[in-house]
Design a protein around this ligand. Structure first.
Ligand code: GTP
Length: 598
């Protein structure tokens, strides 16, 4: 019987610990990858992903494997994204598996993100198989890492596979363990259909392609199906598997992993975590664990050239087709004109979207500093959610403001404990816990305001620890804080896109630092420009950008013409990212300056 021969698994690893390389070895060993395709790592498909070395879109691949017991097994490797921004997607792709390989770099040890993903796997009752990778490295310390896995994660690592994905050591042992230790899928072939959607992508010709794991029953072409969370119904036009290219199949049965197409126009109709059932004989309950995904970080995106507004809307529409977690709505700024307020899962998600708009759609953007959602309780008894600092009610109408907090786990070598604690304290953190992982490494836990993390927390953590820290966080809820809105005035006019919300104790310092930074960033104009930071009507800091003295071109007259042209071109290039605010020319960096303060 086929169900008993299926093994569904994924690979959990910190960035750079060798997940893609190991996946390639496994594909190669099972013969799923021809030599021609071998040159490129299979699992990461988007360009941007490769450049950043992260996995954004999940994929799966079906591998035939003849084990040492002489039987033919079907292994489904389901890819998971590795970054905290995508932790819900990670948890759903893990929910599609019965087991996971835990890959740990023998020279690095367990990292914060690995730990977070292992907990997700344990929550989903997966069988976890430790793999200590890169044992070929001279700096490898497999025994130390084995102990660390046991002590930090509490897993039995005595049977951990010692592997080198690069040198191809340990691949067969890993495959044998998958077959022998990961249980086959449970599930009833005769029950009504239940299939978990663990990812989806938009294809211009076929509409949405969903990636699914059949948990009960089966799904075939022509069937009428219903999405249990959204209630939407469709007719299945195609099902199949990836091997690794897409191959059409008659049906997908219990325990199988593959894709489903049903003329679906929008990825929002196929939410990750939702359950697909038979519209005619529906299951009574969906699979557990579905959550609507809510953006946590917001920023304004404006075209540099107002004429690009329509193109920007089209770009967002296209990106949204492929990205169910992206939100946007039109927004108008006095300073920047017409644009969009966009919501993202986190900072990395935000950067990826901005980069794609600029690169794939060729639209130069001005983006405003990221903000979080504040809960504002007003004196009239109402509550408003503020995702744009500009919309903060006046101070006298505010009773109380709450901001989102996260619990952050930071792993560092001993030497940097002081630096990390100092950083967390300066970011208004509350100390929670500290554990020694081994003689040399420490896990530090702090509660921190998310707003401080979206400032420059990552950069400061990296520079304060020489790049040795690893970091992970999860939202823990809202807490009251003494927050105020700070406005920036250029030439006496408030610039809405520069407003931000800050803790009262830090307001003076941030205001001071920001006006100094703006003085540096905004080029001299033909006239003197005062830069002021205010809270309510009170000016807390002021600088002056002095008037420009000379025409830049003056010194070129009489000189050689090509030099003059070069200078003009350079000016034009610089101008591309300038926005006229009132009669002051402001460069893009000024709108992000608030992020580089402390
Ligand atoms: P992301 O895709 O960024 O999540 O990284 P990954 O975990 O998929 O790591 P990847 O497979 O891209 O490997 C990261 C680096 O480690 C690459 O330069 C690999 O060549 C190298 N690497 C992977 N496995 C081994 C190994 O067993 N030994 C050695 N020496 N290097 C390895």
């Amino acid at each position: 019987q086929q169900q008993a021969m299926i093994r569904n698994f994924s690979i959990i690893a910190h960035i750079d610990h060798g997940k893609s390389t190991l996946a390639d070895r496994i594909l190669e060993y099972t013969g799923a990858l021809s030599n021609r395709e071998k040159q490129e790592q299979f699992l990461d498909s988007m360009d941007l992903e490769r450049e950043r070395g992260i996995t954004i879109k999940l994929q799966s691949v079906r591998l035939p494997y003849r084990a040492k017991d002489g039987k033919e097994y079907i292994l489904n490797l389901i890819d998971t994204p590795g970054h905290v921004d995508f932790s819900y997607e990670v948890s759903r792709s893990l929910a599609a598996c019965e087991g996971a390989l835990l890959v740990v770099d023998a020279s690095q040890g367990v990292e914060a993100q690995t730990l977070a993903n292992v907990y997700l796997a344990l929550d989903n009752d997966l069988e976890i198989l430790p793999v200590i990778n890169k044992v070929d490295l001279p700096s490898a310390e497999p025994e130390r890492v084995r102990e660390e896995i046991e002590e930090v994660i509490g897993l039995d690592a005595s049977e951990a596979v010692m592997a080198s994905a690069k040198a191809g050591i340990g691949t067969e042992e890993i495959l044998e363990k998958i077959v022998n230790e990961i249980p086959p899928p449970e599930g009833d072939p005769d029950s009504p259909l239940k299939a978990l959607i663990y990812d989806s992508i938009y294809d211009a010709y076929r509409g949405v392609i969903t990636y699914i794991r059949v948990v009960d029953g089966s799904i075939k072409k022509g069937m009428k199906i219903r999405m249990m969370a959204t209630g939407k119904e469709f007719e299945v036009t195609e099902v199949g598997v990836f091997a690794p290219g897409p191959i059409r199949r008659e049906e997908l049965t219990v325990g199988e992993v593959g894709f489903m197409v049903a003329s679906i126009k929008n990825v929002k109709d196929t939410r990750v975590g939702d359950t697909i059932t038979d519209a005619v004989h529906p299951a009574s309950e969906p699979l557990p664990g579905y959550q609507p995904i809510n953006p946590m970080v917001f920023s304004g995106m404006y075209p540099v050239n107002s004429a690009d507004y329509g193109d920007l809307r089209e770009a967002l529409e296209k990106l949204e087709l492929n990205d169910a977690s992206l939100r946007y709505e039109p927004e108008t700024s006095g300073a920047l004109g017409f644009g969009f307020r966009c919501g993202f899962l986190g900072l990395l998600h935000m950067e990826i979207i901005q980069e794609r708009i600029e690169r794939e759609f060729g639209i130069p953007l001005i983006t405003t500093a990221p903000s979080v959602i504040f809960h504002v309780y007003k004196t009239d008894g109402t509550r408003v959610e503020i995702e744009n600092p500009t919309h903060m009610p006046p101070q006298q109408e505010i009773e109380n403001v709450e901001e989102p907090y996260v619990q952050a786990a930071i792993m560092v070598p001993n030497d940097f404990v002081g630096a990390v604690m100092e950083l967390c304290q300066s970011k208004r953190g509350n100390y929670r816990d500290m554990q020694y992982l081994d003689a040399n490494r420490v896990n530090i836990v702090y509660d921190l305001p998310l707003a401080e993390i979206v400032y420059d927390f990552f950069d400061q953590l990296k520079s304060g620890t020489k790049g040795y820290a690893s970091f992970d966080y999860e939202l823990i809820g809202y807490k009251s804080s003494n927050l105020v809105k700070m406005d920036i005035l250029l030439n006496g006019e408030p610039v809405d896109a520069l407003s931000f919300i800050v803790h009262r104790d830090k307001a003076y310092h941030r205001g001071r630092a920001l006006v100094e930074k703006l003085k540096e960033l905004i080029p001299r104009q033909m006239f003197e420009v005062p830069v002021q930071a205010t809270i309510g009507n009170k000016v807390v800091a002021r600088e002056t950008i002095r008037a420009q003295r000379k025409n830049v071109l003056a010194k070129c007259y009489g000189g050689d013409i090509s030099r003059k042209r070069k200078l003009l071109e350079k000016q034009k290039e610089g101008k591309r990212r300038m926005k006229a605010v009132g009669n002051v020319e402001v460069p893009q960096e000024a709108f992000m300056a608030v992020l580089q303060m402390d």
